[in-house]
Design a protein around this ligand. Sequence first.
Ligand code: SF4
Length: 390
Amino acid sequence: MTALPLVFDAPRRGMPPRHLADLTREEARTAVAELGHPAFRADQLARHFYRGVTDPAQMTDLPADTRQALTEALLPGLLTVVRHQTADDGRTRKTLWRLHDGALVESVLMRYPGRATVCISSQAGCGMACPFCATGQQGLTRNLSAAEIIGQAVAAAAAMANGELDGGPGRLSNVVFMGMGEPLANYARVRKTLDALLTPAPHGLGLSQRSVTVSTVGLVPAIRRLTEEGRNVTLAVSLHAPDDELRDTLVPINTRWKVGEVIDAADAYARKTGRRYSIEYALIRDVNDQPFRADLLGRLLAGKLAHVNLIPLNPTPGSKWDASPLPAQREFVARLRAAGVATTVRDTRGQDIDGACGQLAAADSVSVPSVALPMPAVEPPVELGAEGDE
Ligand code: SF4
């Protein structure tokens, strides 16, 4: 197993109190026993947590005189809603969360016909410093704990079950790690989160592997580790440029692991899982949208088990970054398809609430400039020219 470089070890300051979701099932049972209760109470607590039940009064299968103590010990409230913002006629909702130490993170829940996807954050801020990304301008505050990451998905599942989005009660079907942060820079906790997302009740949400997407800017050792440890989730690589010269400036970690190394690692992942990976590519006017770069990308990916998601930049007033014009987008798509590369243009849900690609920057933290640009964000891809997928 490849150890991750120390450079990704974010400070532990501010880490939250222990939570049931940070523990394996056996650890949770042991923790409950050490508190003087039968170990099976851990399963009951887990069932409540993953159903989004936080009020001890509703945990009627637990003895009344133990509920408070058990929830205080193992289900501390880690995420406090600062505000919800809705868009897309109530089918998209962005939530700003305050963590126990005051750090702010965001998640976005999006409802589509037949499915609902939540985009979650894995870090407060991000240390990858991509210049076009709002989150990248903040720097890294800290890694989130597994329970803080899982809690965002649990809250989304509960919101769907309770019918809080337009369309009535439904089921959370997809999770994408495309909010704030570089998920693979918080590897151990993201790995634990994957376990929780994929584990059936009572100790998880029971999602399918193919409905969970982990994105990365290309931390090659971590991609290899994910390949070795394999939960067979979908891998999304935020490439944004097909050549090292440009990518060194758009995605600074490229100075460490070059385009070729990143694609090699993604190919190995695809071979191991049999699953197509996606290449996320923010189309930025006159920066990376030239026809020759489409051809370069086409040559890079031709014959590979890869799919390109093009993400037109979400324009922000005052930002020097702008979306590629439609003719440039069409040309880019046509050249990739001519090279035999499956290509779609992504829907930009939630644009009017700064909840689309790269705009998850916890805008309440006033030190953050409102620079908006793509972090690849949200499923599903749509064909160029479509209004959306509905
Ligand atoms: S694009 Fe992703 S990896 Fe880059 S700074 Fe933004 S959140 Fe971090």
